[in-house]
Design a protein around this ligand. Structure first.
Ligand code: ADP
Length: 435
């Protein structure tokens, strides 16, 4: 079976979010960490190549994206999907504002694509586009928290203008009135824009219904650029519909553990809830991480605490802390070094847990997840059922132990309060397939 859809995502958790939406709409999906260097480990309909290009300068983001495209083309994918953030942010320095436009145009050229769309809309996640303007919840993007983002501030909500500033080719709009009329009207509007010389059409979307109506109008378009929302309308173009089989993973075995390096509000609640339920938990003291030997010592202590407890149920090892505690650590080591030392410690702990027989692992934190996946030498994740919005269980081979394990990577603010308990409950309730 050929691959139908090939996706290039500009960051790791964004890739998982897209993969999750595709699975929910009926596709079997593998997410790869970077451009694969070996064949896919599972038979799937779509692959999502996760890059780390969001915060790279345009020329580097273009080079990475084209490398991913070449790999996808070698797999003969029928359609390419470039996935960016639902707040449309990317590299930003002085007068160079964003790499979404340059990457889009490079992909268009490579694919011989005369017209593509652009929409970060994801109504389920409070991202809507109206008259080309991006709203985050009830406010314009330019009035949301993104206006003060330290790396990628967004102070213009007009996506036609934002995209035009990043593109050589003309940018146009498919507005909400057209979207409400359905796929034929959307197709006609796209044809009209193409005839006018427009190459990138920003698309309004106020609801999931808009995205479902958009799907058929994108059939056969060589390149789609979007957040993760557009994915929900695409699998139907290949006659695929949601079935439990799409998200089935092999049955889970082994011990259970949670490693948490996220200090986001939602994660702090999840750590507290896990302990309030009587869960066994060990906290890491980042102030003790004075050097490499201390990192090693700290990881060993956590592992000798955890190992005898694994047979009793899930254990939690965390560095999760309140903002004042995090600030104290950052003042001591500097923001970047503090982050890296904690990530290194938790990644080593994840390795130790898996070596000790953990085969169901929850990791909380985007950067923490990246560090743990790397430490486990995982390069491909087969995407399973959603636990909470944006967070699926995955199944991955870890060369570290030469075995597969179940893994979920939760970005900071995702997940219900009882996530660390529910994740395991749901893994065992979900239908599984034989290996
Ligand atoms: P999130 O998805 O919530 O943003 P991340 O894992 O991406 O979580 O980022 C959290 C960062 O904070 C990581 O670099 C992690 O190593 C660091 N960190 C975790 N705990 C602490 C702590 N107690 N003090 C300082 N930094 C910490």
């Amino acid at each position: 079976m050929p691959l139908l859809l090939g996706c290039i995502a500009d960051d790791f958790t964004g890739a998982t979010d897209l993969a999750n939406n595709l699975v929910r709409a009926g596709m079997r999906v593998v997410q790869t960490i970077g451009v694969p260097t070996e064949p896919l480990q599972a038979q799937v309909d779509a692959v999502v190549v996760a890059l780390k290009s969001r915060t790279l300068p345009p020329d580097e983001a273009v080079a990475q994206s084209l490398a991913a495209l070449r790999w996808l083309q070698a797999q003969h994918v029928e359609q390419v999907y470039f996935k960016y953030c639902s707040t449309f942010d990317s590299w930003y320095r002085g007068d160079v504002r964003g790499n979404i436009g340059p990457v889009t145009e490079a992909l268009m050229t490579a694919l011989g694509c005369s017209l593509t769309i652009a929409t970060p809309a994801f109504p389920d996640n409070q991202r809507t586009v109206f008259q080309g303007h991006l709203f985050v919840g009830d406010v314009l993007l330019s009035e949301s928290g993104m206006k003060d983002h330290p790396l990628t501030p967004m102070n213009d909500a007009n996506l036609v203008r934002v995209m035009q500033a990043q593109c050589q080719r003309p940018v146009g709009l498919v507005d909400y009135r057209v979207m409400a009329q359905g796929a034929d009207a959307i197709r006609a509007r796209l044809d009209q824009l193409r005839a006018q010389g427009v190459a990138v059409a920003v698309v309004d979307a106020l609801s999931n219904d808009d995205l479902i109506r958009l799907g058929p109008a994108l059939k056969g378009m060589p390149l789609i650029t979007a957040g993760s929302g557009v994915a929900m309308g695409l699998p139907a173009n290949w006659g695929l519909t949601p079935t439990p089989a799409t998200s089935e993973l092999p049955p889970a075995g082994g011990w259970q553990a949670v490693v948490s390096g996220s200090c986001s509000q939602a994660t702090r609640g999840q750590v507290a809830r896990f302990q309030a339920r009587g869960g066994e938990a060990w906290s890491i003291d980042p102030l003790a991480l004075i050097d490499e030997a201390a990192v090693d010592r700290c990881a060993k202590q956590a592992l000798s605490w955890a190992t005898p407890r694994l047979a009793q149920g899930p254990v939690l090892i965390y560095s999760t802390a309140e903002p004042t505690q995090v600030q104290a650590v950052q003042q001591q080591w500097g923001v970047q070094a503090a982050g890296e030392r904690v990530e290194q410690t938790l990644a080593r702990i994840a390795q130790g847990l898996v070596r000790a027989g953990v085969r169901q692992l929850v990791v909380a934190g985007g950067e923490t997840s990246g560090a743990c996946v790397q430490a486990l030498q995982i390069t491909q994740l087969h995407i399973g059922a959603q636990i909470d919005p944006g967070v699926p269980w995955c199944h991955a081979h870890s060369p570290l132990v030469n075995e597969a394990l179940h893994l979920t990577l939760k970005s900071g603010n995702f997940g219900s309060e009882d996530f660390f308990h529910q994740a395991f409950v749901q893994l065992h309730l979900a239908p599984s397939r034989s290996t």
